[in-house]
Design a protein around this ligand. Structure first.
Ligand SMILES: [Ca+2]
Length: 441
């Protein structure tokens, strides 16, 4: 009798311990909210020096967290950065060096489902996963986000759509829920906010990965009250009929900021702030003539800093100290960082090109100096500490960004030893990438 009682107590204690451990494990797994703006340049929002556009919510996110001054997108255009972000590899490895265009042959290609995405790894580890907004990694059904680890997708497949009618630039309706198009009503930025909030509310009791891929401030120029203008079988312009483009552009960013404020408020109201990492980045620099790249040279599509140095914010109150970091970081770093944050092991044999940023985020440790590379349309560039090598069809340039962020003073002729050393490293990386056939350029 006594032995049975002791056994019962023992079994109960073990059960309690197991339940406790499961509880701990669950509690330990944080939520990840990854917000990506589209074509937002380095000087595009208040906390990066923009005085014309009001972004109080992003400014608050930055002042409560860590703001990067040397954060980069892996691509100078949309699709490559998105491929690099989700795979944690240089986009060349998945053949996504260029953009998937709405018209022409690239419409048939996409991110191969053989690629391992961060979403898949999180899903396999018990995460609920959602993407709301822009995909731009393939039109065919087989490339849909639901085949890349996302439980839920509401958004569009193209590079851009009419913010009100949801037609892409080829006049094809492009507003999906998972695999099928759906009718909808409202301004795209507001819809992305609405579906993101719904996802958070639905999954508040589970660890979740929410990827909010905004259209703003990508063209067409359309504010909330501007009319829709793209319809099938009609001629329309790419940029849209709005005359005051500066007004519309400003509004596009401010409405995105407003939505981000609502999302952060939802996280707070549900008591999830202490267990949620929020990341904010852009997929490439601002468009020439409209986007704001601050003092940087170049713009979207170029490998000058204006093409890929973008805003980057990481916020997690109580976990990430407030501050500004000048450490070099880029899109491919988010895959290993998220794995570390969520205490998930890297899948065996998976090659990741980025660096885990968590020692910087949580302990303020400086990142080790490393080489990072870019390649787009015949231009190649690399960073080694503050030194930047850039080769284009016209020139070979070497800049020290710590003194010359505007890339005005070419040191190539005066620093031949360093130039040759870096050229060799860049050449070797290029040879490595040449092993992968590119589906788009
Ligand atoms: Ca973009």
């Amino acid at each position: 009798m006594r032995i049975t009682m002791i056994k019962t107590i023992h079994v109960s204690l073990v059960l309690i311990l197991i339940l406790f451990m499961i509880g701990c494990k669950k509690q330990r797994q944080p939520n990840i909210i990854l917000i990506m703006a589209d074509d937002l340049g380095y000087g595009g929002i208040g906390c990066y020096g923009n005085e014309m556009i009001k972004t109080p919510n992003l400014d608050k996110l930055a002042s409560n967290g860590l703001r990067f001054t040397d954060f980069h997108s892996n691509g100078a255009v949309c699709s490559p950065t998105r491929a690099a972000l989700l795979t944690g590899q240089y986009q060349q490895r998945s053949g996504m060096e260029g953009v998937i265009y709405v018209k022409g042959d690239t419409r048939k290609i996409g991110l191969d489902t053989k690629s391992t995405t961060i979403t898949e790894v999180l899903k396999e580890n018990g995460y609920r996963t959602g993407i709301f907004g822009k995909w731009h990694l393939g039109y065919d059904k087989k490339y849909n986000p639901v085949f890349h680890g996302f439980d839920e997708f509401t958004g569009y497949l193209s590079g851009n759509i009419d913010y009100h009618t949801y037609y892409d630039n080829a006049g094809i309706y492009d507003w999906y829920q998972n695999l099928d198009t759906i009718p909808d009503k409202g301004y795209v930025t507001d819809l992305i906010t609405k579906y993101s909030i719904r996802f958070i509310e639905k999954n508040k009791n589970e660890p979740f990965f929410l990827y909010i891929a905004h259209e703003a401030p990508h063209v067409p120029f359309q504010g909330r009250e501007d009319p829709g203008y793209r319809y099938p079988d009609q001629d329309f312009s790419y940029f849209g009929p709005v005359e005051d483009r500066n007004r519309a552009y400003r509004e596009m960013i401010e409405i995105m900021d407003e939505g981000i404020g609502e999302i952060i408020q939802t996280v707070q109201d549900l008591g999830l702030s202490e267990n949620t990492l929020v990341l904010f980045i852009s997929d490439n620099g601002g468009l020439q003539g409209y986007g704001n790249n601050g003092i940087l040279r170049g713009s979207k599509t170029t490998l000058f800093e204006g093409g890929h140095r973008v805003p980057g914010i990481a916020s997690w109150p109580g976990k990430i100290d407030r501050g500004v970091s000048g450490d070099l970081a880029l899109s491919i770093d988010l895959f290993p960082t998220i794995l570390a944050v969520c205490d998930i092991k890297k899948p065996e044999g998976l090659l990741l090109d980025g660096t885990d940023l968590s020692p910087l985020l949580f302990n303020g440790e400086e990142l080790k100096t490393r080489n990072v590379f870019w390649r787009y349309r015949g231009s190649l560039s690399m960073r080694k500490g503050s030194m930047k090598l850039l080769t284009t069809s016209e020139d070979t340039m070497l800049y020290d960004l710590s003194m010359d962020i505007r890339e005005e003073n070419n040191l190539a002729v005066d620093s031949l030893d360093l130039l040759n050393f870096m050229l060799e490293e860049l050449y070797n990386w290029n040879i490595d990438m040449n092993r992968y056939p590119q589906k788009t350029r």
